[in-house]
Design a protein around this ligand. Structure first.
Ligand SMILES: *[C@@H]1O[C@H](CO)[C@@H](O)[C@H](O)[C@H]1NC(C)=O
Ligand SMILES: *[C@@H]1O[C@H](CO)[C@@H](O)[C@H](O)[C@H]1NC(C)=O
Length: 694
């Protein structure tokens, strides 16, 4: 099979040295993040004033971030021109400030192209830097305190979000949590005076598993210490302040439309905060969300929209102060970059500029394979990498990585030579290498996520060892019945393969001969009217870990279980609360720990503020096989999944920071924003102006 060498390159700093398994280290974990490897986000700004008349709007757009990292969720500082933003650099995520958020394109280019100055130009703001998601930065007006989301502190119980509002005093570094214990907050915004912070919170009830319409209320509390926490508005998210008494937010209505609303806020003499009126600003018939406002731009709200006839998320400005009956809408980004998604606008304090983030590139072509080093919470024990592919697994000599592209089965050399080699073009999932026979990869061929009776077969794919163009690939079908046979995992003695099959009408686990497949012998390992799936055989041969919904069949809730290969010793290892989802177990090299993906930490940001993710709650965790010691490895608002673990220690410094400069851009907007899915029947299209009654 011809190699597609030109398409994908493993970009490495130099020859990759594979350290042999060594005492004290437990190797490398590799996982996938849906779409993330294609997010070449930068923050851009346009002047507000000439929007309507600019002859060449794209000439006025200024890029404010480095054009190399993944930069998003910007905010202008209140008292200066500086930009606050989230950036993913060197395998970790932090809040940065760039002091010279230039107001002209020329100045921005000078700033950004001065390579000597560039590294110093943007600096991490937080002296406090645990591995955590940080998000939605804003500064108090005196510039002294940075207010932001962090997931640094675990929630007290499973399936609770770790996202909470913190305030850091920048000169001393002293940090205070403003969100009460075991409560989550998202999307905070500091009021222009600095006195109040508003945030979206699921409240004491916590998160119930929802993605498309995150159920949050808007809370307000004092920025100084989190006190006087009050529900301002039920059912709303993404608050922003126009002035001390005007707060905008978004809400999804019962017909499915996202709309922007305005709340008038008043503080009584006794210091009680309440909303005296709530009015809808944008009509149904299109989606408007993630509003932004500024005291310097009275009567203006910036929003992201999805409109009928457009597949793209664009930024618009709404003039709500207009005396006309209807608000005036001005397009911001469509004239500049019609075929890009633009996210999460913000307006400068003086009202002169509107900012947003989008991909710096436009290409949807083939992407370089990315093996991106992620900061490990136990760097001396294991390294952590994200790969631009699903179901990655290392060969047992550590020299190759197999993964799937849904469709396609691919292999790359871990030393970076030879490019990505496609060894099967149809749909295959997942991947697991035979322990004894070199170059043999087990996978299953057919559609993923399908019913018990779907035709899916377990196969063994054999590669020649030399990986040259002429090398031969053979594919041997191991299962005989076509009833959704998938997730093969071989035993370390090379004799058996465990897999799941729907042949009884339910998905249960079976063990068959590794070389001859079912024809060489098969026995049923688990049995019952539920789904047992995603099995993994421990390297010491003693256990098979798997995901199952046997505690609540058909509910969608999965937990991790273990059973001995002889069918004894069945027990549950980890469960993410009553309705939780915990999947894709893979044993550590010493068989004492399992890496898995789970909603154990709920969602970490409002999903509508990100590109599409089916399961934005997916994060990677490890747990001891006795169920103790749950450790969170990833902190982001994206969908992480399909981890695997090799004893070989891939050194982070041997893998370059990669994708970033390439500007590729290939992801989908949230599919629930598709216009066809929302209805307009019977809706009142007459919307109020903010603060005007009648
Ligand atoms: C972070 O990565 C960049 C390359 O993207 C590199 O120039 C820089 O030295 C790294 N910084 C640290 C602290 O490792
Ligand atoms: C089943 O396998 C486990 C683990 O190898 C072993 O400890 C146990 O004795 C076995 N039980 C039977 C009944 O063979």
């Amino acid at each position: 099979m011809a190699r597609r060498a030109a398409l994908l390159l493993l970009l490495l700093a130099g020859p990759l040295l594979l350290a042999a398994p060594a005492l004290g280290t437990s190797g490398t974990i590799v996982f996938t993040t849906l779409g993330r490897s294609r997010y070449a986000f930068d923050i851009f700004a346009l002047p507000v004033a000439p929007l309507a008349t600019a002859a060449s709007p794209s000439a006025a757009e200024v890029r404010l971030t480095d054009g190399a990292s993944v930069n998003y969720n910007g905010q202008f500082a209140p008292s200066s021109d500086s930009l606050l933003f989230v950036s993913e650099r060197n395998g970790t995520l932090n809040i940065y400030s760039s002091p010279a958020a230039a107001s002209s394109r020329r100045a921005a280019l000078e700033f950004l192209d001065d390579s000597a100055a560039a590294p110093a130009a943007a600096k991490p703001l937080l002296p406090w830097d645990p591995i955590a998601l940080k998000d939605r930065p804003s500064l108090t007006p005196d510039g002294a305190h940075l207010v932001y989301i962090s997931t640094a502190a675990p929630a007290a119980s499973p399936r609770r979000s770790w996202a909470a509002v913190y305030a850091t005093h920048l000169s001393s570094g002293s940090t205070r949590r403003l969100t009460p214990p075991d409560v989550a907050d998202f999307s905070p915004a500091v009021s222009p005076s600095g006195e109040w912070t508003a945030a979206a919170s699921p409240g004491p009830g916590g998160w119930a598993g929802e993605v498309e319409d995150l159920h949050t209320d808007i809370y307000v509390f004092r920025t100084s210490d989190g006190s006087r926490r009050t529900v301002l508005v039920r059912n709303g998210g993404w608050p922003c302040w126009a002035d001390e008494s005007t707060l905008f937010f978004h809400r999804r209505d019962s017909h499915g439309w996202y709309g922007v609303y305005c709340a008038m806020v008043s503080v009584t003499g006794a210091g009680e905060v309440s909303a005296t009126s709530v009015e809808r600003i944008t009509p149904p018939g299109f989606h408007a969300f993630t509003p932004a406002a500024s005291p310097g731009a009275p009567g203006l709200v910036a929003v992201a929209t999805r409109r009928a006839g457009s597949d793209y998320r664009h930024i618009e400005l709404i003039d709500v102060s207009s005396n006309n009956a209807a608000a005036v809408y001005m397009e911001v980004t469509r004239p500049v970059a019609p075929h890009g998604h633009h996210f999460n606008p913000f307006i400068s304090r003086d009202g002169a500029r509107v900012g947003y983030h989008r991909c710096r590139g436009t290409g949807n072509g083939d992407a370089p394979l990315l093996l991106e080093s992620i900061k490990s919470p136990a760097p001396d024990a294991f390294s952590l990498f994200r790969i631009d592919g699903s179901f990655p697994s290392f060969s047992h000599d550590g020299k190759r990585i197999a993964f799937v592209g849904l469709p396609g089965l691919f292999v790359v050399n871990s030393d970076g030579s030879g490019g990505r080699r496609q060894i099967f073009s149809g749909n295959a999932f997942p991947t697991a290498w035979d322990w004894k026979r070199k170059g043999v990869i087990y996978t299953s061929i057919g559609p993923e996520f399908s019913s018990e009776s779907t035709k899916v077969d377990v196969v063994a794919v054999s590669l020649d060892d030399d990986d040259d163009d002429s090398s031969h690939v053979s594919i041997k079908r191991l299962t005989i019945g076509g009833d959704n046979n998938a997730f093969p995992s071989p035993s370390p003695d090379g004799k058996w393969v465990v897999f799941r099959s729907g042949r009884s009408g339910h998905k249960n686990l079976y063990i068959m001969d590794a070389e001859d497949g079912e024809a060489g012998g098969i026995r049923q390992l688990t049995e019952g009217p539920w789904s047992d799936t995603m099995c993994n055989w421990s390297p010491d041969g003693e256990w098979i870990a798997f995901a199952s919904d046997r505690h609540a069949p058909g509910s969608g809730s999965f937990a991790i279980y273990m059973v001995h290969p002889n069918g004894t010793g069945l027990r549950r290892v980890v469960h993410s609360g009553g309705a939780g989802r915990t999947n894709h177990p893979w044993f550590s090299p010493d068989s004492k720990t399992i890496v898995f993906t789970s909603d154990y930490a709920a969602v970490s940001a409002e999903p509508v503020s990100n590109p599409h993710h089916y399961q934005p709650y997916g994060e990677i965790f490890t747990v001891n096989i006795d169920g103790t010691g749950i450790r969170r490895l990833t902190h982001n608002s994206f969908e992480d999944g399909t981890p695997s673990w090799t004893p070989y220690y891939l050194k982070p410094k041997d893998v370059a920071e990669t994708l970033q400069a390439s500007g590729m851009c290939a992801f989908q907007d949230c599919h629930w924003l598709n216009i066809q899915q929302a209805k307009t029947d019977g809706l009142n299209l007459n919307m109020m102006m903010c603060g005007k009654h009648g």
